[in-house]
Write a protein that binds this ligand. Structure first.
Ligand SMILES: NC(=O)c1ccc[n+]([C@@H]2O[C@H](COP(=O)([O-])OP(=O)(O)OC[C@H]3O[C@@H](n4cnc5c(N)ncnc54)[C@H](O)[C@@H]3O)[C@@H](O)[C@H]2O)c1
Length: 312
């Protein structure tokens, strides 16, 4: 991707800021964020770049978004409520921030004749899949969290808008993404708990939960290299998986050696209602299209544990 005018929603977030960093080398990027979970400090290194403009804005404000999209050729839509557990207590947040916000992006694109959308979806749309690693063609899709449901709804609107108005669209279903500028997820929960109590780490679930982790650089490169290929629907993850018990042991050994790990249990051994206990993505399609990841699941976790400590 070179010489394009690109708009990135969720630009001040974890993955969004890493994406901006990669894109501004060869393109002009307008970053949009309402700073609900994103941080301006994630963008500090790029604010002076002639290739970057930041606009604080809510993606659900379609009128302002339309203005911001004038002249854009490509939209990367990453803004979301990315906190899966939050939706259990507030059952409206995922609909508003993920489904409705995507409709707002699509309406703004339609009015400005923006021709290409690249969207960050999630493995959570597969729910408790009976086939692991799960391929893109797996179904029926039965998400078990409002987060997964709202992302599936967003995907459905992207398909219908693409069909009705001739957009090009690419949808990437990410595994758990970890690494530089990460702010949420299991590693950050563990480090925060250990800073509050260095003697005991309470772990949600039974520790056997097992998921695929992908390092953020591999994820960002995947979106850039694969968009527009085949039918535009890709899983992005690694072939390996890492258990919660292993993440707990690695985090304790790095930050609080000797701390006791206490598994507090959860529904069916998962961490919370809506937590998918076993998740692994079949990434054959992405690999067949020329993308390669550099870092396997365990190593992605190890690096992220190291980097999370440096950030604090
Ligand atoms: N991190 C992961 O493991 C993971 C896995 C699968 C999918 N994803 C998806 O990747 C994308 C990025 O996730 P992330 O981990 O960087 O999360 P994040 O919370 O760091 O980033 C989301 C960004 O969106 C912004 N935002 C939220 N609502 C907004 C709104 N209404 N208007 C404008 N900005 C808004 C937030 O302030 C934040 O900067 C999300 O769509 C998420 O669902 C992430």
């Amino acid at each position: 991707m070179k010489g394009k005018r690109i708009l990135v929603t969720g630009a001040a977030g974890f993955i969004g800021s890493n994406l901006v960093e990669a894109l501004i080398k060869d393109n002009h990027v307008t970053g949009i964020d309402n700073l609900s979970s994103g941080r301006m400090e994630n963008l500090n290194d790029f604010l002076d770049s002639k290739n970057f403009t930041f606009k604080k804005m809510d993606v659900n404000d379609t009128k302002s978004l339309r203005e911001a999209m004038k002249g854009a050729e490509v939209v990367f839509h990453l803004s979301a409520n990315a906190d899966v557990r939050r939706g259990f207590g507030d059952s409206t947040v995922d609909f508003r921030e993920n489904a409705q916000a995507t409709l707002s992006v699509l309406e703004a694109m339609r009015s400005q004749d923006v021709s290409e959308l690249i969207f960050s979806s999630t493995s959570a749309i597969y729910g408790n899949a009976e086939v692991i690693p799960t391929p893109e063609i797996y179904g029926p899709l039965k998400p078990i969290s409002h987060y997964g449901a709202s992302k599936l709804a967003a995907e459905a609107f992207i398909f219908s808008f693409s069909n009705n108005y001739g957009f090009k669209s690419s949808i990437f279903r990410f595994a758990n993404v970890v690494g530089r500028r990460g702010t949420h997820g299991v590693i950050h929960d563990f480090i925060a708990k250990l800073s509050a109590n260095s003697k005991v780490l309470d772990v949600l679930g039974d520790g056997t939960q097992r998921k695929s982790y992908i390092y953020v650089d591999d994820c960002v490169r995947g979106m850039i290299e694969l968009h527009g290929k085949e039918d535009g629907l890709f899983n992005l993850g690694t072939r390996g998986t890492t258990s919660v018990a292993k993440i707990a042991e690695m985090t304790v050994s790095r930050y609080s050696p000797g701390a006791k790990i206490n598994y507090v249990g959860g529904p069916g051994g998962a961490g919370w209602v809506g937590d998918v206990k076993y998740a692994g993505l079949d990434v054959t399609k992405a690999l067949r299209n020329g993308w390669k990841y550099d870092i396997e699941s365990d190593e992605a976790v190890r690096r992220a544990i190291e980097e999370a400590g440096v950030q604090r």
